[in-house]
Design a protein around this ligand. Structure first.
Ligand code: SF4
Length: 698
């Protein structure tokens, strides 16, 4: 294949957004290594390498499906019939029950252009406040804590390339060796450079195996762990007094909270021995610079915002924020987890990361959209609350790029809610478990067949480029929304060309916290991505270079100072008891991605990770009489899942782990607790109480 037809682009899956090139082959594309992209320098995990398999999969949808009223089955339909059925379904609900009876559910995998258009569609065409997306289940606690402390949320306020050059990293609740394997090199290079790695995780994961120090707290207690470390920082005189005085506010209250968490108490809460706590504190403070990086472990809790806040307080007290090679960062999960939360598909936000209840923000976006600010609906329900309201106050749902039947907490209940809808339309590339319930299924184009931007975990805006022609019978999400807008009477139409949408998005974001106005497709191509904020300069001035590093001079608060937020430990929403004596925590495995809608369709990935399992300690296994590989039932207050046991000393004896990628009897989210964080509305995926039961072996 000639070089001229090789298209540089990015992986469709996780937030690392690895660079790759695509070369057309018969009926699909071949992945070609792309070493020039700095984030992954050519490295890809198995998911990225095999991503083209979904493009040509025999289970890929290539024509719309509409549910037959007589047989109840999904039947092939024309696009005209399918779009008319969606417009009718949404219109009927709106006429009978009002605009807020129509819900919209988006996804953190949608490009910036799609997320922007979906939010605009919901607020202008449907006039509904009821829109949120699955990213709420991903990083919302970190985003809330980031904003609270620094006045601005960008996953990493520094580029990944800074990690190997810092002195010490505390990695909390991230198994990046499995979730984003090429990122592991940043940690191995850190160690090669003499830096230290502390991993906080209840499991000795593949990532934890690289740690200089592994702390394995009981799930749901990492807030207490951070407070214990801060206590020791104060007790041993390691507070950076100058930094605290000059660049922060609120230290005294945060200090008082930490001082009530003396190390012995923290040991009792977390199970982490005091000497290890002390070693961790000294390792972190002895280094000249340091970072704390969190992921879903501390974030997916009913106190996720405060838990992340406690780690941020540790950074601030030790002067490890707003300085070169130091800071707090969140390792976002989904492919466009960062951009997906910036452009208006979130219940409380408008494009540019503007707040929906801010009159100035409403006025700005309304001007770009050519409508009156008062016509924009207010904030709606968060993701779980929206799903929980289905069939109640929310009667119809349009869903794009998400599979809540597998990925939502208390999933059996959410599945029931979806079944109770008057009308459900799903746009997807395969017949996901959620699409199977729909009245209309709209088959849409995939990553390699369309162009659009994503924003990776560093805040680097990237361009995915179309490399092949989509099959006949599919349309892009942008075309779907344009057509539906027309059918629903929106006469101004919506652009379907991604670059045209991006130009509008730039104007909508101008002057906002996530300012994209100085970014263009041309610049992204030429510069391998551009970091926001990147405002458009006044006429004739040099283009803004983008902002790889935030907060070095000032934080994004009104007075430029970071905020300590006083936090105290509190128990998980559901504690263990005599009936449910074990803690369940959930997560991912290297060969599957999120709900598995795409990766479960790839033979090579299925061979590597064919199904769910229950990871448990040998002591627990022997108490139960369960051998490795035998099926075991996990029962919570919400349901029962059955999967083979995987017996390992790499997990605490009081905890079991299940990956959440699969539907059916081994669905982990049948068990999880939807208790919500009061600030971020994040459900508590990471902690719930269960019991184990033996089952008859098949
Ligand atoms: Fe794709 Fe993430 Fe794997 Fe990179 S690490 S290849 S972005 S799934």
């Amino acid at each position: 294949m000639s070089e001229a037809v090789t298209t540089p682009t990015h992986c469709p899956y996780c937030a690392l957004q690895c660079g790759m090139s695509l070369s057309p082959t018969a009926g699909s594309v071949e992945v070609v290594e792309r070493t020039d992209f700095p984030v992954n320098r050519g490295a890809l995990c198995g998911k990225g390498r095999t991503a083209p398999a979904v493009l040509s999969s025999r289970v890929r949808l290539t024509g719309p499906l509409v549910r037959c009223p007589d047989s109840g089955a999904l039947k092939p339909a024309t696009w005209e019939e399918a779009l008319a059925a969606v417009a009718d379904g949404l219109r009927r609900t709106r006429a009978d029950h009002g605009p807020d009876a129509v819900g919209v559910f988006g996804g953190g995998g949608l490009t910036n252009e799609k997320a922007y258009t979906l939010g605009k569609f919901a607020r202008l065409v449907l006039a509904t406040s009821q829109i949120d997306y699955n990213g709420r289940f991903c990083m919302s606690s970190a985003a809330a804590a980031h904003t609270r402390a620094f006045g601005l949320d960008r996953g990493l306020p520094f580029p990944l390339e800074d990690i190997p050059r810092t002195g010490c990293v505390i990695l909390v609740g991230s198994n990046l060796a499995e979730t984003m394997p090429p990122a592991l090199r940043y940690l191995t290079e850190l160690k090669e450079n003499g830096g230290k790695l502390i991993v906080v995780d209840p499991r000795r994961t593949r990532t934890a195996e690289h740690a200089d120090l592994h702390l394995a707290p009981r799930p749901g207690t990492d807030l207490a762990l951070a407070l214990g470390l801060l206590h020791l920082v104060v007790a041993e005189g390691r507070v950076d007094e100058d930094f605290v005085r000059e660049r922060t506010q609120g230290w005294e209250a945060a200090r008082a909270g930490a001082m009530s968490h003396w190390p012995e108490l923290v040991e009792r809460i977390t199970g982490v021995p005091v000497p290890l706590l002390r070693d961790a504190m000294r390792m972190f403070c002895d280094a000249e610079s340091g970072m704390v990086l969190t992921a879903r472990g501390p974030e997916q809790q009913s106190k996720g915002t405060d838990t992340v806040g406690a780690w941020i307080n540790l950074c601030l007290a030790t002067g490890r924020a707003g300085r070169p090679l130091s800071g707090y960062g969140c390792l976002t999960g989904q492919g466009n987890g960062q951009g997906g939360r910036e452009h208006g598909q979130k219940a409380d936000q408008l494009p540019g990361y503007r707040k929906l209840d801010d009159p100035a923000a409403r006025a700005h976006v309304a001007r770009v959209w050519g409508v009156a600010p008062e016509s924009l609906p207010g904030p709606g329900r968060s993701a779980y609350e929206l799903l929980d309201a289905l069939g109640g106050e929310v009667k119809s749902l349009l869903l794009m790029g998400s599979n809540p039947v597998v990925s939502a907490p208390r999933a059996a209940h959410i599945e029931e809610r979806l079944r109770s809808l008057d009308f459900l339309a799903v746009a997807d590339v395969v017949l996901s478990e959620t699409a199977e319930l729909a009245d209309v299924v709209l088959p849409v184009t995939q990553w390699a067949e369309e162009t659009g931007t994503t924003t990776n975990l560093e805040g680097r805006v990237l361009l995915r480029q179309r490399a092949i022609t989509p099959p006949d019978g599919v349309r892009s999400d942008l075309e779907v929304l344009h057509a539906l807008a027309g059918l629903l009477g929106w006469e101004k139409g919506f652009p379907t060309d991604p670059e045209e949408v991006f130009d509008e998005l730039r104007r909508a974001s101008a002057g906002g916290p996530a300012d994209y106005s100085g970014i263009s497709y041309r610049r992204i191509r030429e510069e391998d991505g551009v970091f926001w904020p990147c405002p458009e300069p006044a006429g004739g001035e040099t283009p803004h270079p983008g902002t790889p590093r935030l907060f070095l001079d000032r934080f994004a608060t009104s007075d430029g100072r970071a905020r300590f937020v006083p936090v105290v430990h509190r128990a998980a929403a559901e504690e263990t008891d005599a009936e449910y004596p074990i803690v369940l925590t959930t997560g991912r495995v290297v060969a599957q991605y999120q709900s598995g809608a795409q990766t479960r369709r790839v033979d090579e990935l299925n061979a590597a990770a064919p199904g769910p399992f229950v990871e448990l300690h040998p002591r627990l296994a022997s108490r139960l009489g369960v051998a490795d590989g035998e099926r075991v039932a996990v029962v919570s207050r919400r349901g029962r899942s059955v999967a083979p046991a995987r017996v390992t000393t790499a997990i605490r004896p009081d905890t079991v782990f299940m990956p959440f990628h699969w539907p059916g009897e081994g669905r982990a989210n049948t068990l999880t607790n939807p208790a919500l964080d009061p600030v971020s509305r994040m459900p508590e995926f990471k902690v719930c109480a269960v019991r184990l039961e033996t089952v008859e072996q098949s």
